[in-house]
Design a protein around this ligand. Sequence first.
Ligand code: FE
Ligand code: CA
Length: 508
Amino acid sequence: MSTRRDFLGRLSRLSLVAAGLPAMAPWLRPRWLADPFTVGVASGDPMPDGVVLWTRLAPDVAAGGGMPPANVEVRWEVAEDEGMRRIVRQGRATASPDFTHAVHVEVDGLRPARWYWYRFSSGGVESRVGRTRTAPEATRALDRMRFAFVSCQHYEQGYYAAYRHLAEEDLDFVAHLGDYIYESTVPGRARQHGSPPPRTLAEYRARYALYKTDADLQRAHAAFPWIGTWDDHEVENNYAGATPLTPRDGFLLQRAAAYRAFYEHQPLRRSSIPRGPDMLIYRALSYGTMARLHVLDGRQYRSDQACGDGSQAVPCGDWASPERTMLGARQERWLERGLGASRTRWNVLAQQTTMAPIVGNPGPPPKHPMDPWSGYPAARERLTGFIAARRVPNVVVLTGDIHASFASQIRTGYADDSAPVVATEFVGTSMSSGGNGSDQWGGAEALLSANPWVRYHSNRRGYVRCEVTAETWRSDYRLLPYVDRPDAPIATHATWVARSGHPGPEPG
Ligand code: FE
Ligand code: CA
């Protein structure tokens, strides 16, 4: 294919000078020889008056996007109808090679709790039409809120059939709890990355582009606004702050590249533009008086795992040290302020790793995984102690990471049965990671006796659909029988609820 070379040939400095433009002004009328909108469109972080719109120009994904090193103008439109006739906002953005020709538009001036449709165009070529929805005003009482949460979409381990089903749901938004990409290759593949684990910016960009070519993922992005955070695999398995899994020099340079590529490929606000190896991703969003979502970052600021990265009998090493942190001191204070000041019915933590312990090896002695909150007991007890002391009502913890479904009690401690239940945890399974799975996670009997705070588990792939009213939080575990073929049907395997004023999951 000579697409890229032909494209580059059309962009000579002469043509820009001839058009009377300074060299770095956006190129207004590119002539596309291939569709530049190959990685889809997205919207995110809905507010009552606006939303972030996203796309990336990438006419040749396999060639690093196939764009010349020049700014290109992209037009965007927001309409009240799917046919894009009643345009309410429009404008121009610059797709810059500094951000691999990704575009982030922070649209404002919209009305609350409404559907909108949006589209990009460049050089006369239009993107697909995406749909998005603004949040209700913070003071508005709602009858219900509906959303789904997802995580862990290893491209090689399965197809995204669940995203195809998710796109057909009736939802206000989608929350993604991390592992949007995977750096590593696995055996038993349904499809292939076709490249080694990324370390450089170009390599991370290429990995995102590959994932984003998936039609079902594109469909789910085009159907709803997303609210996303990351976990470890956006950089490297089990990394902790500045510490990689295997110690080596230069890890922060790799983290900087990984964070930048994450920002470039997600519908995030300017406040998340990374500065070197640092990127602000924790934030709060309100959904009327129904819920406030605290979206957490359990990776960037955490202490290293206590006694290696695997599972350990505890106590071990500095496992219990109060110096150790999951969120970092600053994010902890921010979260406490937010939970303390919240006036919403439900207080949601959208976050990465399991908060109630999941002891997978009951022993004796039982072994606790060191990467999730069970490896950071002092940090967990600071948070649950705060919720108990301040009587923060109706805290619901949403979790990804573990590639299995659970419904668990969040207690102020797990040493014996006496600690009070202060919150409800719904753990969502993976989109594809782990492959087809099985009906039960671990040995079911041993699992439940080693983890009496766990009420439900399943080892199938899918997502969790939540329907929230003032009285009841309902979580439907929507699961697939397989992911090694793209045509899997979906069904609600179980429903667990949290009742307002009664922390802990109950059968729905
Ligand atoms: Fe994962
Ligand atoms: Ca470690």
